[in-house]
Design a protein around this ligand. Structure first.
Ligand SMILES: [Zn+2]
Length: 271
């Protein structure tokens, strides 16, 4: 079956069970949960995690997650850094209890001013912070995957994280459409075997629009055939800005035939 998932719309304050319903109604096999608006108590409790796990199992939906990204994982302000680290670690714990197979983490965001000295310091702090997250994820038996996001949007950028912290990769096709058309072809090859999941959304090549699939200039047929050729096991997570946009993307995948014959594709679900 298709290893296609949807990501919840983080700023829509809906319950996670309503998102499980949405995934099921639209025949998505995975639900990717963003740890943003669900992060204040009592959301990140073991009880809520166990409940989510039970509901997902009942509906046959596999779970994955996206660590908070509105704050950088690396911050020179010790107060913000401590708060972010706590939030990330609690999210990893929640992911573990709820049975999420994988978690996506963004690279750090350099803030103004981006001097060479600043970036060097950022990298030194990143060493410590990402090592902490990687250790926690390993202990929790959750695959941690680094996502390509500007300004860390090349194979070398990702390779540095993958090698230093033994991470896998979240391949965001939309982000790579901005940095260079067809870029993903060499990258799917370069990270063969360690692409934990793909993020799929469309754009015009100029900005990170997160449009429904088929409304931008990405050649999805080529994306899926390349992914298949390089042994990608899924899931592909649709990242759009609203529920109607997610429905439109799923319709596009069903009707356009861009995914080709998918029956042979495996699922990376823990189940
Ligand atoms: Zn993404």
């Amino acid at each position: 079956m298709l290893a296609i998932g949807v990501q919840n719309v983080a700023w829509e304050k809906a319950s996670l069970s309503s998102w499980l319903d949405f995934a099921q109604e639209n025949s998505a096999k995975w639900l990717d949960i963003v740890f943003e608006y669900y992060t204040s108590p009592p959301f990140l409790t073991a009880k809520a995690a166990r409940q989510l796990r039970r509901q997902a199992e009942e509906k046959g939906i596999s779970l994955s997650g996206h660590l908070p990204y509105l704050a950088s994982a690396v911050d020179f302000n010790p107060y913000r850094q401590a708060a972010t680290r706590k939030l990330m670690l609690e999210s990893i714990r929640f992911a573990s209890i709820s049975g999420m197979a994988m978690l996506t983490v963004h690279p750090p965001y350099p803030a103004w001013p981006e001097t060479i000295d600043y970036v060097a310091r950022l990298q030194r702090v990143a060493q410590k912070e990402y090592a902490t997250l990687a250790r926690a994820a390993k202990r929790a038996d959750v695959t941690l995957a680094i996502e390509n996001v500007e300004p860390f949007n090349t194979a070398d950028d990702l390779r540095a994280f993958v090698d230093a912290f033994d991470l896998q990769v979240t391949m965001d096709i939309g982000h790579w459409n901005i940095s260079g058309k067809g870029h993903y072809k060499t990258l799917l090859k370069a990270f063969k075997g360690i692409v934990a999941n793909m993020h799929i959304h469309d754009n015009d090549g100029r900005g990170d629009r997160h449009w429904p699939l088929g409304t931008g200039n990405i050649d999805w047929r080529a994306v899926f055939s390349t992914a298949k050729q390089h042994g990608f096991k899924g899931p592909a997570i649709i990242e759009n800005m609203s529920r109607p946009d997610l429905v439109q993307s799923l319709e596009f995948l069903r009707r356009s035939g861009v995914m080709g014959r998918m029956r042979a594709w495996d699922s990376r679900s823990k189940k």
